[in-house]
Design a protein around this ligand. Structure first.
Ligand code: FES
Ligand SMILES: [Fe+2]
Length: 363
């Protein structure tokens, strides 16, 4: 008899109590991916939701990335709206116009003189920020784990793909969607390909081994799978896009993927890479931002068209999102205690163990 491993339970996926524990022990304790840094230009800011905490990420005039609570020190108004980038050079509160420099210092308090308010004692509350190979991370912990130790423990797959020189890549397109599913269901779906033949007809044309249900090629020891067309994962839109700077040899016709625990995926396929960042909005909803990365030369050449890459991968993501929402609906059933994981779900098993280890027991 094959040995089945259990999935997480309905309570693990759906309960507010578990989400609160995840906020405390996972999302606000380690490092949390907040997308690519190359699109955050000097003087710009970005507002991100780190599992319920609004965080302002800025690139200071000297190029340093910093993160702050998106909260005014005066009477606590939320400072900035939206999730998109905007260029200001400083941050002004929309309530009484207290203004902060990008290093967090309070620099203006209209109608209040230095005798009336001690500006130097009221900088923005600061969090930790770290930029590595073009990826941006924040930590809300008072004392976050040393970044490189964390990377080795929680994002080892990203580390293994370091040869692709992610720091040189640039964002050419961005997609965003809301998925009516728990974030763990979205991660688990990424970890297996038993669904590929049925759910992703276009993808299995590109990667024949995915028809078998295996997510990796067991005849290869580098974690890659081979795609049949030189274009990788893309609808044909004219000339072949240049390969990424770190891609040569077998890599030119190989796809590699990796998970950045808890909230990211990186996909590399010859001419493009995709960074997907998950923003859990509670137990029942996850926002996913996909950033499409290319060699700078690709984006500089007007004869090249990246839309075939974006449309293909947006299609695959939409197919995935649909089944994730279906799983979320299914696990909400009173009948659901837990599912089962098979040999070909080995990466889901690995994720489940890693998640439970990071989360710890429920009290
Ligand atoms: S609450 Fe921000 S300036 Fe008053
Ligand atoms: Fe999928």
């Amino acid at each position: 008899m094959p040995d089945h491993t259990h999935t997480l339970t309905r309570h693990d996926y759906l309960s507010d109590e578990v989400f609160e524990i995840e906020r405390e022990r996972i999302f606000h304790r380690g490092w949390f991916l907040v997308g690519r840094g190359d699109s955050l230009l000097t003087g710009n800011r970005r507002v991100v939701d780190v599992a319920g905490e609004s965080v302002l990420v800025v690139r200071d005039l000297d190029g340093t990335v910093r993160a702050f609570a998106n909260v005014c020190r005066h009477r606590g108004a939320k400072l900035c709206d939206g999730a998109s980038d905007s260029r200001q050079g400083s941050v002004m509160c929309p309530y009484h116009a207290w203004t902060y420099a990008l290093d967090g210092a309070l620099i203006a308090t209209p109608h209040l003189s230095a005798d009336e308010v001690d500006r130097s004692s009221l900088p923005l509350w600061q969090y930790h920020a770290h930029e590595w190979e073009g990826f941006l991370f924040v930590s809300l912990a008072a004392a976050p784990p040393p970044f490189h130790e964390w990377l080795a423990d929680d994002a080892a797959e990203l580390l293994r793909l370091e040869r692709f020189r992610f720091g040189e890549l640039v964002v050419g397109a961005r997609s965003e969607c809301d998925i009516a599913a728990n974030w763990k269901i979205v991660v688990e779906n990424y970890q297996e390909c038993l669904h590929c033949a049925l759910v992703h007809p276009e993808l299995v044309e590109a990667v024949p081994i995915y028809r078998t249900g295996w997510v990796t090629d067991r005849t290869r020891d580098d974690g890659g799978v081979t795609f049949v067309s030189a274009g990788g994962f893309a609808f044909d839109r004219g000339p072949q896009l240049p390969l990424l700077p770190g891609v040569d040899g077998t890599d030119a016709t190989s796809y590699y993927g990796g998970t950045i625990f808890p909230n990211g995926f990186i996909d590399v396929a010859g001419s493009s890479a995709i960074l997907s960042t998950l923003y859990p909005k509670g137990p029942h909803c996850t926002t996913m931002v996909m950033e499409y990365l290319f060699a700078p030369d690709t984006l500089a050449d007007p004869s090249l068209d990246i839309s075939g890459v974006v449309e293909f991968n947006d299609l695959v993501a939409a197919q995935d999102n649909m089944v994730c929402e279906r799983v979320h609906q299914g696990v909400s059933s009173k009948a659901f205690t837990h599912g089962v994981l098979t040999t070909k779900d080995e990466y889901v098993v690995h994720f489940t163990h890693h998640y439970l280890q990071r989360r710890g027991p429920l009290d």
